[in-house]
Design a protein around this ligand. Sequence first.
Ligand code: GDP
Ligand code: IMO
Ligand code: MG
Length: 426
Amino acid sequence: MPAVIILGTQWGDEGKGKATDQLGTRADYVVKYNGGNNAGHTVVVDGEKFPLHLLPGGILSEGCTPVIGGGVVVDLEVLFKEIEDLESRGRDTSRLKISANAHVITPYTRKLDNLSERTLGERKIGTTGRGIGPTYADKISRVGIRIQDLFDESILRQKVSSALEQKNRLLVSYGEEPFEPEAVAAELLSYAERVRPMVVDTVLELNNALDDGKTVLFEGGQATMLDIDFGTYPYVTSSNPTAGGACTGTGVGPARVDRVVGVAKAYVTRVGEGPFPTELFGEEGEWLREAGREYGVTTGRPRRCGWYDAPVARYATRVNGLTDLVVTKLDVLGGLDRIPVCVAYEIDGRRVMEVPASQTDFHHARPVYECLDGWKSDISGCRAWEELPARAQAYVEYLERVSRCRISVIGVGPERDQAIVRHDLV
Ligand code: GDP
Ligand code: IMO
Ligand code: MG
């Protein structure tokens, strides 16, 4: 299976990093196609934990080439810090390639992210504060800075100046200090020579690799319900984590993609604001947060926790054309007597089976639960389907049925090998 997309089906942090890393050991390329360092993907290899933000999962597999595609927004300071961190831990990052079309997060887009959140007050999005939204906004408004602009000093200075003409007026009106165009340009240019050797024609390289029968993984950041088009707008990120984003974010056509793998937690978490029908408040939510160690990799924020949401899973299956699901963190549910699964919503007195098209309806959605029996045991040592307790198997088979997608891999712990593979993905 040469081209495989791996993406989130819920509100992020499903375990995409671990799934990508596992498959990355057998892939020739791992390509990040959207988002930036708002992502926090945790990979654990032999007890050593690697939190990846901008670097694709394949960076930890020898023989795999990691690529940052044109759909990504790159904070150069963060990029080089992450590279230095990995190098200091004895990891080779020299294979990394970056698209010249990727947009650059600037000091002013970072500032504007925080200003916008402050201005929204109680209606804030709860962003990661990394400058993601304003950088994509500049891209769409055609005033963005791209990696390739770093290699033409006069163009870069011109672009920074015209972008700042608008932004500085806004900043000053909010009582903030304006940015000095020359200083911003100098800061960005200071990275040019370090980034230059990484920049290649990634569109050509990836398509050639597929022509040669190589295996290419596309690693999504964020998730379906955070997608700018398909998520819980406006409580979303500013890119397309869904399957189409893998094509627009890399220049690989949809007909070349063989598999679309969705990653789902055996329950659901969310960071930041916005609707979350199965969210648990009080003791049950606390229990899940502690059992699953649900604290953000990027911001350290406690994650909101809730039960598995089947309408959301079916929505993700539909929107992405999923061929497979990876269900992670099944081990976390081992302590429960009964496990509720949301099978439908009640919205203003009506029973609704699917994620509604109207956001107002989704904000009013109350979960309708079916309860399954828990297995009450530690499954973190299981490596084969037959080793799972019958009730854990029944839970997975139930999720498979209500999600309308086959479950090919089951995660039973954070380590690379803590997984049960029912169907090979590459
Ligand atoms: P991502 O953003 O989708 O890559 O996910 P994160 O790394 O933000 O969050 C997932 C967390 O769950 C990380 O701490 C992983 O190490 C951990 N994890 C992944 N799969 C499993 C699993 O099957 N069981 C357990 N217990 N932890 C897992
Ligand atoms: P990974 O790839 C979970 C959320 C933020 C906020 C919203 C918008 O690790 O799954 P942004 O900074 O992107 O403008 O914030 O999206 N968010 C994530 N939540 N996991 C992520 O990434 C996220 N990236 C952004 O919390 O609600
Ligand atoms: Mg994460």
